[in-house]
Design a protein. Structure first.
Length: 336
């Protein structure tokens, strides 16, 4: 099969960062599905792995978002059949989706939303799992519009995770949702997604909270540059509030959370697959529920740019856009 991989990590993106390679066709065993990949999306995790992780031998194939057709199943598979159209984010410890064929455990896979094209569906898995787990597993926010009203601030809300997170929060909970963005097109995007208010994270969040007569927030989810925003977060969050994050701050002074008794919650969507947790199937379940929400019109795809076919040139372009920190929504490639 054809795949796109690399032999050595490259911190600086160049034409040599990826190459076309030929690999043996994988064999499905146990809970594995063998999926023929139709479309992928590219995420910040791809750039981090490419920049920092070299293969122990041979080539490394990355990519953690895909839509495709099941071609074969392992002997323990019970959730899917050959021919099913599926979507998933995969497993950080296994070969990725930048390949014509990929093995993935059925317990972290869902049937792709029937109402979406392959490209539209490929935009959803990784960010949706991350957003879902942030809201309902880490922060344990109660679903339903009859729940006690509360407020959520999402920092960096116009990116891939934020774009699905604000939809889930608005559609499935009784939260007042405030997002942050610093560019005009990102503000427009967030308003289209239904946020209640947009703040500018390049300015004082506390000053803007006061200006807009917003109460201190029950929850804050920080999706980017948490170390830069920490002091402002502490100002705008309620005493005994909850802070969740997904990024990797260069430094993080947890003592700053003590005075307000702020609890800290970290989300890493690969934890369940990496450690084969007892509740690993929760990702299959949430992807299934998400597909239903998409198909009934409650949630819309967060596809931002379709960059063309799955090839070296377009993969490099996707990494370049992500490393510029100027992307809005998701970057998708389709077809080999």
């Amino acid at each position: 099969m054809k795949a796109i991989g690399y032999q050595a990590a490259t911190k600086t993106l160049s034409e040599d960062s990826f190459e076309i390679i030929e690999l043996p066709t994988p064999t499905a065993q146990g809970h594995d599905l063998l999926v023929a990949v139709n479309a992928i999306s590219v995420n910040p995790v791809d750039t981090k792995i490419r920049a920092n992780v070299s293969p122990e031998h041979g080539h490394k194939v990355i990519g953690w978002d895909a839509v495709g057709i099941v071609k074969a199943v392992g002997d323990k598979v019970s959730l899917f059949d050959v021919g099913d159209r599926v979507y998933y984010a995969g497993d950080l410890t296994r070969s990725g989706s930048n390949a014509q064929l990929q093995l993935v455990d059925e317990r972290i896979v869902g049937r792709a939303p029937a109402s979406l094209s392959d490209a539209e569906a490929a935009a959803l898995p990784l960010t949706s799992i991350t957003a879902w787990e942030l809201l309902f597993d880490r922060l344990q926010i109660v679903k339903g519009h009859n729940a006690k009203p509360a407020s959520l601030l999402v920092i960096g809300a116009a990116g891939g995770v934020g774009s699905i997170l604000v939809q889930l929060a608005k559609q499935l909970t009784n939260l007042t949702v405030v997002g942050t963005a610093s560019r005009a097109d990102s503000v427009k995007w967030l308003n289209e997604l239904g946020v209640d208010q947009v703040l500018d994270h390049s300015q004082s969040l506390e000053a803007q909270r006061t200006e807009h007569n917003l109460a201190e927030f029950d929850y804050v989810i920080s999706l980017t540059h948490t170390d830069q925003h920490l002091d402002e977060i502490i100002k705008v969050i309620k005493p005994q509030g909850k802070l969740a994050l997904i990024d990797d701050p260069a430094s993080f002074d947890i003592l700053k959370l003590k005075r307000k008794s702020i609890s800290l919650h970290w989300e890493f969507m690969y934890t369940r697959s990496m450690f084969q947790t007892e509740d690993m199937i929760a990702q299959h379940q949430l992807l299934t529920e998400l597909a239903a929400l998409v198909d009934n019109g409650t949630i819309k795809t967060t596809l931002g740019q379709h960059l063309g076919k799955i090839n070296v040139e377009n993969l490099l372009k996707a990494h370049e856009i992500l490393e510029s920190h100027q992307s809005r929504g998701k970057l998708v490639l389709e077809g080999f």
